[in-house]
Design a protein around this ligand. Structure first.
Ligand code: GRF
Length: 196
């Protein structure tokens, strides 16, 4: 399976995915790392690993999401992608784009969905006094952060946690969960991954 990975920033999840796909016999290979920010630091890291990259600045498209997504779709298709992994990609994708990749697009979200869809998930978990938190990999559907769950990883909330300390603990698990889910998904195995 040829995988296009979409990022917006540092791309730590993207790097974890690239590293995992170097394993011999892995059912997936990276064909593109693209970002809505041409300056995303993750693009240089991907290029350094020999992975084709593309920066498509969304800002010149203004409110015309469809035009931005049409161009993004063309770039992804031109690299022969079979599927997409969203990894720290911070643009909401319209139903039009999502439906073109139905069943072939994954996302990682830093909460135990269905809790805390959207942003600021770590602060919200702390405010709620949750004893545990975590991350979820799901298939992307038109509804934000809502598709079928393919895996989750749990972490304890520790006394004195701040959003940053909790986010760091979750991120460590993201880097384990996403590669594990991608390996199964690319092999056609739909059994969910539960960590630890
Ligand atoms: C992480 O919080 C991740 O949960 C979310 O985007 C943030 C940055 O991820 N998807 P990355 O380091 O750019 O992969």
């Amino acid at each position: 399976k040829r995988v296009a990975i979409l990022i917006s920033g540092g791309g730590s999840n993207m790097l974890a995915l690239l590293d995992s796909m170097e394993d011999a016999g892995h059912p997936a290979e990276p064909c593109l790392v693209a970002s809505n920010d041409p300056e995303a630091p993750g693009l240089a890291k991907a290029a350094a690993r020999g992975v084709p990259t593309a920066g498509l600045d969304h800002r010149p498209f203004g409110k015309d999401r469809a035009a931005f997504e049409a161009e993004l779709h063309k770039i992804i298709e031109s690299h022969g992608a079979d599927m997409i992994c969203l990894a720290g990609f911070m643009r909401v994708l319209t139903a039009g784009f999502v439906s073109g990749w139905s069943g072939r697009m994954l996302n990682i979200h830093p909460s135990l969905l269905p809790k805390y869809r959207g942003l600021h998930t770590h602060a919200r978990a702390l405010e709620a006094g949750d004893a545990e938190h975590g991350c979820t990999v799901h298939e992307v559907t038109p509804e934000l952060d809502d598709g079928p769950i393919l895996g989750q990883a749990r972490v304890p909330v520790e006394p004195g946690d701040t959003p940053d300390t909790l986010a760091a603990r979750v991120l460590t698990m993201e880097h384990k969960l996403y590669p594990a889910v991608l390996r199964r998904f690319a092999a056609g195995d739909r059994r969910p991954v539960w960590l630890p």
